[in-house]
Design a protein around this ligand. Sequence first.
Ligand SMILES: [Zn+2]
Length: 108
Amino acid sequence: MHRCKPCEIEGGIVEYYGNSSLRSWGIAAIVFGNTINYGVGVNPNGIVPRYDQSGFVVLRDHEIAHVAQYRALGPFFLPAYLLCEGWARIFRRINAFENAADNACDPQ
Ligand SMILES: [Zn+2]
């Protein structure tokens, strides 16, 4: 994996690698605006399961889809995402933003 910190990948999207906080949160990556933050040892090109377990996607493609969601909703993204996450956990569903991000990726 090419290591740079940070590294612009395309269209103003910047990636950061090796975020040591993410592992303790139990996540591989997180997006804030135009930035994608990956945890320690996480390969952005890694193939990961879809949230609905119906197939696989490339992690970076999934995260880029979240950047698009941020761009569409601006400051409303984070509260909307968290609301959907709470709803999903209470009713044992998949967060609609995660489903949409998976659907935006080419199946692997
Ligand atoms: Zn996601």
